[in-house]
Design a protein around this ligand. Structure first.
Ligand code: C2E
Ligand code: MG
Ligand code: MG
Length: 685
């Protein structure tokens, strides 16, 4: 029997004495139950008559009987004209499954009192008079209710008498209840399972409604503890005085248990048996809002390289690690602290604190607990902390922020926990926005090629230019490379961007050649990303062939930081050099490479970093270092370019050191191609 059907039935039985009720079988229209009021109105022999004969005094079933079409659990209210009463009545019908498995329709005549009045002439039929007649209607309940497996009890407040159906004794070993409220007498009070007493009390708590129901566990005489739905209907007299209480008990153990299991699954993590994130959001959200005076923090943490643990030791070991973490939390977090497993190896804690130090101590405690274990490997964790200041921020956002903080820890090898920092969030947002826009930027031609001229320090003439990208963003304006190149190097987009820039460079040179101009060599930047992830040699071969330009017009700038990892680099650079490209070490002096290291790598020139220049120029000793660096580079047959040349002092010093080429704001800033064309070709004819 489904929920609404069952509930409907019990509901109807509750007010059994107020309305005429009859139940007929859908198979043959036979009435299998009628309550006293129905019998009073339609005659003692109603049961076993068909509904069309007994109720409607017809010989044949009504055409299109709406009740027959009802499906289990459905309810329907209709008006029927009853010929023998010459009156229209409203009937509410419910379709149910009877105990024997057959489908029945339970009908409740809503205008029963009017019918009764008609039947009895003009006698005033009041509910009280009728109730008096009914007295305590034990047998009546018993017949219908035992069919349904429902236990009934009733209490008369005036007379202090009670009725208890025999099923009650069968199940609970108690002959007769002493009060409608089980808690009022020892034997019945003992039936209620301790943990559910508060729920039970809701049956009698201060609300005004006459009908109450709760679901709680009761101890059966067999020792079994089972879930029961307890319904109580309170009946009052005209003055609102409580006259009777009628109760039913229905065993709903199976349904409740499967519901409880489902609920458990929807709120708990099955592997670790700690709450899941849904439950955590609800509980933590409520805790924070309910205790405005407390200070709370959200702590997010995960296991470093958990994937590696799974890969190396198997998923089962991975699962054991997660259970271990859950146990540490169960044992080590202070009372009142909430925690959950979010997914895979990610956990959350919501905790009250006074000082930041309290949080660090707690984290230390958990971290150590996790670290001390019987596994054959180390388990390290990274924690992010979000201190809640504004309680109106949605809980999931707070948790995201704690998680962001945990991510900053991952980037540092030294720390294991970090506080959330608003600045970091802004950076992440910026990054996300850039990532969103970058794909469109190429097709939308938003990446622009800027050229910064390079000058021959001896002659003062332009002898080349470096290609530098600018992003002309439709809403953010011109964005400088430092704001997106590092991100593109991390997410791999640099490959597309650079190939695009290289192609623009080749196009430019081909354009100059087509116009009969002698091109200046253009320097392009090669991100370190390409060495490992790109077929550099192949890409350049294709470009040179496509635009039909000599490689001598191209200088490839490779940053110094490459030189750590580098057999691959050696192979790639050798091939490129063989093809005729000039190779230049960019940002020389900013890292740790020495000329000695560079000697072993096929390179044509170095480009001295601006910072190196600035720092060294500041002292006499530094000046000597630069002079010698330049001299040694020349001894090694390497060309020398200085970048970031900003002042006359720079220029003079570089000239006196025999540096060949300079690039910097002192001469010219990076500029669009048209401007460069004007500057170079118009000046040089
Ligand atoms: P870089 O290759 O070392 O380029 C030189 C940077 O110094 C450029 O910055 C340039 O505008 C700047 N600069 C030039 N003269 C001066 C000066 O006198 N004073 C100062 N303070 N700065 C000067 P920009 O254009 O912002 O580029 C920054 C970096 O971004 C470049 O450093 C390069 O590593 C990278 N980059 C730029 N365009 C590309 C590209 O298309 N692909 C790749 N992979 N990297 C690029
Ligand atoms: Mg460069
Ligand atoms: Mg540089």
């Amino acid at each position: 029997m489904n929920k609404s059907g069952e509930h409907g039935l019990i509901d109807q039985i509750m007010d059994v004495s107020e309305h005429a009720i009859y139940i007929f079988s859908k198979d043959d229209f036979r009435i299998i139950y009628a309550n006293s009021k129905a019998k009073e109105i339609f005659g003692e022999h109603l049961v076993s008559m068909t509904c069309y004969r007994g109720i409607e005094t017809k010989e044949l079933p009504c055409m299109n009987c709406p009740f027959i079409l009802l499906q289990e659990g459905q309810e329907y209210v209709t008006e029927r004209y009853l010929e023998s009463f010459d009156m229209k009545v409203k009937i509410k019908a419910n379709c149910l499954t009877w105990k024997d498995g057959s489908q029945v329709v339970l009908c409740k005549i809503l205008d029963s009192n009017e019918l009764l009045q008609k039947k009895m002439g003009h006698d005033m039929v009041t509910w009280e008079a009728y109730a008096e007649k009914l007295k305590l209607s034990g047998e009546l309940y018993q017949s219908v209710v035992s069919q349904m497996g429902t236990i009934v009890f009733e209490y008369n407040y005036d007379r202090h008498t009670s009725y208890t159906s025999s099923l009650f004794k069968e199940k609970f070993g108690i002959e007769r209840i002493a009060d409608i409220d089980f808690l009022k007498s020892e034997p019945t009070a003992a039936l209620i399972y301790k943990e559910d007493i508060d729920v039970y009390k809701m049956l009698f708590s201060g609300r005004e409604d006459d009908f109450r129901q709760v679901t709680c566990r009761l101890k059966e005489v067999s020792g079994n503890i089972a879930w029961y739905r307890i319904c109580i209907q309170f009946i009052k007299d005209d003055e609102g005085r409580l006259v009777r209480g009628i109760g039913t008990l229905k065993n709903v153990d199976e349904a409740t248990k499967s519901y409880e299991t489902l609920r458990y699954r929807s709120e708990y993590d099955v592997l670790t048996n700690i709450p899941n994130v849904n439950r955590f959001y609800i509980d933590a959200g409520r805790m924070i809002l309910d205790n405005e005076d407390e200070k709370y923090a959200i702590v997010s943490f995960d296991i470093d390289k958990f994937k590696l643990i799974n890969d190396l030791f198997g998923m089962e070991t991975g699962d054991e690690v997660l259970k271990h973490v859950a146990n540490v939390m169960k044992e080590r977090v202070p009372e009142g602290t909430l925690y959950c497993r979010v997914h895979s190896d990610m956990f959350l804690i919501c905790i009250a604190y006074e000082k930041r130090g309290d949080l660090i101590k707690l984290i230390e405690k958990i971290r150590k607990g996790i670290y001390r274990n019987d596994f054959s490997f180390d388990i390290n964790t990274s924690f992010g902390i979000y201190l809640i200041e504004n309680t109106q921020i949605p809980i999931n956002l707070m948790c995201d922020r704690a998680n962001l903080a945990a991510r900053t820890v991952k980037e540092s090898a030294m720390e294991f926990c970090a506080f959330y920092d608003e600045q970091y969030r802004k950076e992440i947002i910026k990054t996300t926005e850039i990532e969103k826009d970058m794909n469109l930027a190429i097709s939308g031609k938003q990446f622009l090629m800027y050229l910064q001229p390079k000058y021959n320090l001896m002659t003062g003439d332009i002898c080349g230019a470096e290609v530098l990208v600018r992003w002309k963003h439709p809403s953010k304006g011109l964005i400088q490379p430092n704001d997106f190149i590092p991100l593109f190097e991390r997410n791999g987009f640099i490959r597309r961007l650079d190939e695009y820039m290289w192609e623009e460079t080749c196009k430019t040179i081909a354009g100059w050649l087509a116009e009969g101009k002698k091109p200046v060599p253009l320097s392009v930047n090669i991100s370190r990303y390409h060495i490992k992830n790109n077929d550099l040699v192949g890409v350049w071969k294709r470009l040179i062939r496509k635009y039909n330009i000599p490689t001598s017009y191209l200088i490839l700038e490779i940053t110094e930081t490459f030189f750590y990892d580098s057999e691959d680099l050696y192979v790639v650079l050798t091939k490129l050099q063989k093809q005729g490209f000039r190779l230049e070490v960019d940002d020389f002096g900013s890292g740790y490479s020495s000329l000695n290291m560079i000697r072993q790598i096929p390179i044509n020139a170095i480009k001295i970093d601006k910072d190196f220049l600035d720092k060294k120029l500041a002292s006499e000793k530094g000046k000597i270092v630069i002079k010698h660096t330049i001299a040694m580079a020349k001894d090694l047959q390497l060309g020398v370019t200085a970048e970031g040349v900003e002042t006359k002092e720079h220029v003079d010093f570089l000239k006196s050191s025999a540096c060949d080429i300079a690039q910097g704001y002192f001469f010219a800033k990076p500029m669009p191609l048209e401007e460069f064309n004007k500057l170079y070709y118009e000046e040089n004819g």
